[in-house]
Design a protein around this ligand. Structure first.
Ligand SMILES: Cc1cc2nc3c(=O)[nH]c(=O)nc-3n(C[C@H](O)[C@H](O)[C@H](O)COP(=O)(O)O)c2cc1C
Length: 494
């Protein structure tokens, strides 16, 4: 066996040397760039590794075909530019079972939304390149459908790579079938766009797995919960009720055009519209057109439905009193079985929501706010009211806080703790003694009662969040010193 392996190695070394002589002698230096796009909010992810660029082309065709997110796996320490040296390093890695550090690490939370993962790689030393193994080892692939695509210069059946994947996927609880893998010879890749796209089509990944969401929807989609609605609907929990913050349950729901709930009743609810154009209708009333920045108050027990307009995506934060119980004998449950029929939906009488307070001048999700002079901020900050302390959901009052780029506040603590929901731009939140959090729209930052924190914009971007002082029976804020500017200026800005 050992002898056979040595012969193989010799043959491959010879083949690789030949390969290096026929034009692949050096990797193009510019090809070391990161290449990621997580903006599609699809439930398909394409990850790939490439050294000389073939896999990049294949990955892009696949991602484009299904509207998938994609990410290139890069070894933290670049492989050498020379082919032969790379072959040596790769061989040592493989023989030594060394998992090199890579640029890409997706948390369980980030992996959660993907149902399908495409993994692309060049065959290296008859196997999967070790940077790909690093990614696969650390990623949570439980329950995912995994498909492999690879290129080679002779190992057209993938040599040992597909068996390696099969074993690993089995161990990780992912579904993987070697027979579905796509193999393209490196030198043929440039003429293989149709072959690659046809392969993807042949996998019959349900078209609806690829969701192209317009840029006006800025919060992450979360889980597909369409089975409980008419049309395509996504759900993400933002805040669970707990005894630290005592904040009501808060979720974010995104509706594709035409998607909607059934008629239903539930506990008092506050709706904060985060994007697009939607419809809210109470029984016996005209349907209201609601838009980004609108806040709708729904008293407990009022029968209603909500959803997207026929021609627009729509998204909303819902804060509600989950403890409410229908009156005895009330026929309506929280998830009503009485759908809003196509006929009803097509013949709606609508009017613009009368409670709208935002104007065209408002650039931020919940308005531009009013300049709030304060020595506790490094620059200009603007405040606005979003939700009164007396509201249907039993939530504390909610404010909108807008920071100019470069503005951040002093370390401070809230006697009752604080809840932040990011609405615009990129910003920071840091709890004393804990790592910096970089925040984007849809992120929630929580600071427990009496604990020091600071928050604000990055130096480059404006930033806005909703803010609620939790446990309003314990008011009071204590202010301290500010993170020095030179330290702030060193923070990553994205
Ligand atoms: C380190 C190294 C090892 C390789 N080992 C093999 C191999 O075992 N079998 C094979 O057919 N091709 C092998 N190749 C060739 C690549 O798989 C092929 O050129 C591929 O198309 C490169 O894809 P890329 O441009 O995305 O990097 C190897 C290439 C390198 C750099």
């Amino acid at each position: 066996m050992k002898k056979l392996a040595r012969i193989y190695t010799l043959v491959l070394t010879f083949a690789l040397t030949l390969l290096s002589l026929v034009g692949c002698a050096e990797r193009n230096r510019t090809d070391q760039n990161a290449d990621v796009d997580f903006s599609k909010k699809s439930d398909v992810l394409v990850v790939y590794f490439t050294w000389s660029g073939h896999l990049r082309s294949m990955a892009h065709w696949i991602a484009d075909e299904v509207g998938a997110d994609y990410a290139r796996i890069l070894r933290k320490e670049e492989y050498p530019v020379s082919y032969n040296e790379t072959a040596d390093v790769a061989k040592k890695e493989k023989d030594g079972n060394i998992y090199p550090e890579i640029n890409l690490s997706l948390s369980d939370e980030e992996m959660k939304r993907y149902k399908t993962v495409f993994v692309g790689f060049p065959v290296w030393w008859y196997d999967v390149p070790m940077p790909v193994m690093t990614f696969l080892k650390q990623a949570n692939l439980q329950g995912k459908n995994v498909y492999a695509f690879f290129s080679h210069e002779g190992s057209s059946d993938g040599a040992g790579s597909l068996l390696t994947l099969e074993k690993l996927m089995q161990a990780k609880g992912a579904a993987f079938d070697k027979k579905t893998a796509l193999s393209v010879r490196g030198s043929k890749v440039k003429d293989s766009e149709t072959v690659v796209r046809d392969w993807v089509k042949g996998l019959n990944i349900p078209k609806n797995e690829a969701v192209a969401v317009p840029s006006e929807i800025t919060f992450p989609l979360g889980d597909d919960v369409s089975e409980r609605f008419t049309g395509k609907v996504f759900f993400k929990n933002l805040i669970q009720k707990d005894s630290v913050y005592n904040f009501p349950i808060t979720n974010h729901i995104t509706f594709a055009p035409g998607a909607r709930s059934s008629w239903h009743v539930h506990g008092g609810m506050e709706i904060l519209v985060t994007g697009g154009k939607g419809i809210y209708q109470e029984e016996g009333k005209k349907a209201q057109i609601i838009r980004k920045g609108d806040v709708v108050h729904i008293p407990a027990g009022v029968k209603h439905w909500h959803g997207a307009a026929p021609d627009s995506w729509f998204s909303q934060i819902v804060i509600y009193d989950a403890e409410w119980k229908p009156e005895a004998g009330d026929a309506h449950s929280a998830h009503g079985a009485e759908p809003v029929t196509d006929e009803w939906y097509a013949n709606l009488e609508t009017e613009d929501y009368a409670g709208r307070t935002l104007t065209e001048k408002d650039a931020f999700m919940f308005g531009n706010g009013t300049l709030f002079p304060s020595e506790n901020f490094s620059g200009n900050v603007y405040l606005g009211d979003v939700l009164n302390a007396k509201n249907e959901a039993g939530a504390p009052g909610i404010h909108n806080v807008v920071f100019d780029a470069g503005t951040y506040n002093n370390w401070h603590s809230h006697a009752g703790g604080q809840v932040l929901i990011v609405t615009d731009g990129i910003g920071y939140h840091q709890i004393e003694g804990q790592p910096l959090e970089i925040l984007h729209p849809g992120d929630v930052a929580l600071c427990p009662p009496g604990v020091k924190h600071w928050h604000g914009a990055t130096a480059k971007t404006k930033f806005a969040h909703l803010a609620a002082n939790a446990n309003p029976d314990k008011p009071g804020v204590q202010w301290f010193d500010r993170l020095p500017l030179d330290e702030y200026n060193k923070l990553p800005t994205e």
